[in-house]
Design a protein around this ligand. Structure first.
Ligand SMILES: [Zn+2]
Length: 327
């Protein structure tokens, strides 16, 4: 137990692991800008990470708001630096992060309502490889792959119109006991892949469709090798590499007919609530070796402040709403 009085009256309760920082108590690093503002000295022993009682959190929010008014540029992050998820709504144009249809959600299968009226997806274009150019980037926060030329389209599956694949990215943990943004019956997967589809010109406007794939640590997955083998070429923020062509369908579970559906939001600021979520019921595996290759990537120093600034724990599991209707 630590009990240290700080200038902004944040009482340090304990140092807790990230995985425990979900209910009622938050562990995070106070950004450098706020430390400077309040001249906060951090005892070396706990390296700037504090668990703060919930009723004290409001003071931290005021501090962020104050900086915002001073027009300081604040970067959002996860729980290892930058502004952490519970305070994203304090950021410019990100008020929606405190709204009620936010993603991710904790899926409890006993609460899922079965809907037999939704037609299956037409994913046939995801099996094509011709004309596709994929560029993989280290964004400093994650790994993303963009489709530069041809963007394959998906249809049906209860979507309001055709949607084209703009790209995909990954969220992962420091170890395989966490990393996914959504949880299923409390289970945290080692990684979660998001395939982001935007409405085509003739489709319904505004709503993005994201297909989520849960990835657990298990056997080696040859289908992901085109990606994993190129991670060493994007070691640092801003690095890019073009991938060899392969069918995107290979990155999805073998069975894609069962999935969870709800309407939610982007899981990063500005947290816009215009996402039709589809999470496949079937998960896929990657080996520990493959997962570790992601954890070797270097991120933004202000956001990943530990060790050598490796990108780890880049997931938002701070869920405000549990009442999303799942089908
Ligand atoms: Zn995502």
């Amino acid at each position: 137990m630590y009990a240290i009085e700080l200038p902004i009256a944040i009482k340090v309760v304990d140092v807790i692991e990230l995985s425990e920082a979900i209910e009622g108590m938050y562990a995070f690093e106070v950004p450098q800008a706020i430390r400077d503002m309040y001249a906060i000295e951090y005892p070396k022993a706990i390296e700037g990470r504090y668990a703060i009682e919930l009723h004290e959190v409001i003071k931290y929010m005021y501090a962020i708001e104050c900086l915002r008014r001073l027009n300081e540029y604040l970067k959002w992050g996860y729980f290892r630096g930058g502004i952490p998820p519970p305070f994203w709504s304090c950021l410019e144009n990100s008020e929606m992060c405190a709204s009620t249809m936010q993603s991710p959600v904790a899926i409890k299968t006993k609460n899922v309502v079965k809907n037999n009226n939704i037609e299956p997806f037409d994913l046939s274009e995801l099996t094509e490889t011709s004309g596709i150019k994929m560029e993989m980037t280290n964004t400093g926060l994650a790994v993303k792959v963009d489709f530069l030329d041809y963007q394959p389209t998906i249809q049906e599956g209860g979507l309001p119109g055709p949607h084209k694949l703009s790209g995909f990215h990954f969220h992962w943990g420091r170890n395989s006991g966490r990393g996914s943004e959504h949880t299923i019956n409390g289970y945290k997967f080692a990684m979660e892949a998001h395939f982001v589809f935007l409405p085509t010109k003739d489709g319904a406007k505004n709503f993005a469709a994201v297909l989520g794939v849960m990835i657990y640590a298990g056997s080696y997955n040859p289908n992901y090798e085109q990606i994993v083998s190129k991670l060493k070429d994007i070691k640092n923020k801003g690095d890019k590499v073009v991938l060899d062509n392969f069918p995107i369908m290979d990155l999805l579970p073998k069975t894609t007919s069962c999935w969870y559906r709800y309407c939610g939001s982007l899981t990063t600021p500005p947290c816009t609530e215009t996402v039709i979520w589809t999470l496949f019921e079937n998960s896929i595996s990657m080996s520990e070796y493959q997962l570790k290759e992601f954890r070797k990537l270097m991120g933004e120093p202000e956001i990943f402040t530990e060790g050598d600034n490796y990108i780890v724990d880049n997931f938002n599991q701070y869920s405000r709403c549990c009442n999303a209707k799942l089908h």
